[in-house]
Design a protein around this ligand. Structure first.
Ligand code: SF4
Length: 349
């Protein structure tokens, strides 16, 4: 797999002269550079690639100004009057092209957008930590609207955010990624409240669904290198996928995880069955007509998303929990966006 290197860069006029923009353009010399007014209105701009397709995802990088705020309550915590879980939007979109990616139903175009007014973002994070994290446990996620580290080579945002977490032991920063080789980009001696987490699927699901991403094997090697550098590592089986042979696929993935990673350096597992909104379902059908992601039985849930039929979800979760606990009976395992009933069926049955 070729590492992502854009061919076209679209730069918002207002940050064209910013020092970080200049640095990125220098490090990507040879790309065609196009000035645009607003990354949210790409259809109106005069640029070579537009729309939501593999061409724009793999070949374009947009440099933009984030008007702020860049820290927002995490989905699920939005109705909470005092949320404790947030995401940090340092970028929108990502250069990888996973067929199940929920961002396909979220953004109008597929180009990854990197916000270069990083000082504003870091200042907001520092203020947020001071205001919220002093009051109790708070979690910040990077990797909600983008892969947390896919653009790190040019942004350096995670490396700058990590030291800010020092002094806030009640807060935690999670960097969720599918990248490999990231250990070289992250600082030495991280505070203990940083988790670098990898989303993993079995080999055959990776081949079918996760275009341009590093293989699960090299991601696990990168996770190992991060453990050796002092980082806590998280494993995210989200989306967990049902396909013919999923049981043995996950068994072999979980075996590999425990062959390479120290169990005491794994912060937690998060498991979430594949789910999709109607917009995402249409995007998947339109972009990948022969994909089998939507073939199992789904039910529409209260939040409007389709999830695997409950007995199927429960058997998927039970199987994965059994496999993980077979390697480490003390492993901390969470289910993502599931009902209390499903939690009971999985953990108390
Ligand atoms: S790596 Fe994550 S953000 Fe990027 S396309 Fe895949 S699912 Fe979407």
């Amino acid at each position: 797999m070729e590492p992502y290197r854009p061919k076209h860069i679209y730069v918002e006029t207002r940050i064209r002269q910013a020092p970080r923009t200049e640095n990125i353009l220098r490090s990507l010399s040879g790309c065609s550079v196009h000035e645009i007014q607003d990354h949210r209105r790409l259809e109106d701009e005069s640029v070579p690639l537009k729309g939501y397709n593999a061409g724009i995802k793999g070949n374009v990088l947009v440099l933009a100004h984030h008007p702020g705020p860049c820290i927002r309550p995490f989905p699920g915590a939005r109705e909470d009057p005092a949320p404790t879980e947030f995401y940090v939007a340092h970028a929108n979109g990502c250069p990888f092209d996973c067929q199940y990616c929920f961002l396909q139903g979220y953004f109008d175009h597929g180009a990854p957008v990197l916000f270069v007014n990083q000082e504003d973002l870091l200042e907001e994070l520092a203020g947020h930590l001071e205001q919220n994290a002093r009051n109790g446990p708070t979690v910040y996620h990077m990797g909600e609207l983008s892969d947390a580290l896919a653009l790190e080579l040019w942004s350096g945002f995670a490396a700058a955010a990590i030291p800010l977490m020092q002094g806030y032991p009640a807060a935690r920063l999670e960097l969720r990624t599918k990248c490999a080789g990231v250990e070289a980009l992250l600082p030495e001696g991280p505070p203990s409240n940083i988790t670098v987490s990898w989303t993993l699927t079995p080999w055959e699901a990776w081949e079918r669904n996760e275009h341009r991403t590093p293989s699960p094997r090299v991601r696990i090697r990168s996770a190992r290198a991060c453990q050796e550098k002092g980082y806590r590592v998280g494993i995210r089986l989200d989306p967990a996928l049902v396909y013919p042979g999923w049981e043995s696929g996950y068994a072999s993935l979980i075996q590999q995880i425990y062959e390479h990673l120290r169990p005491d350096g794994i912060e937690s597992f998060v498991i979430g069955g594949f789910r999709y909104s109607p917009i995402l379902g249409n995007r998947i059908k339109e972009r990948f007509p022969s994909n089998s992601l939507l073939l199992p039985e789904f039910v529409r849930c209260k939040d409007g998303k389709y999830r695997y039929f409950r007995p199927l979800r429960v058997s998927l979760y039970r199987e994965l929990v059994t496999q993980i606990r077979g390697h480490d009976p003390k492993a901390l395992i969470h289910l993502c966006m599931e009902t209390d009933q499903v939690h009971r069926d999985v953990f108390e049955a």
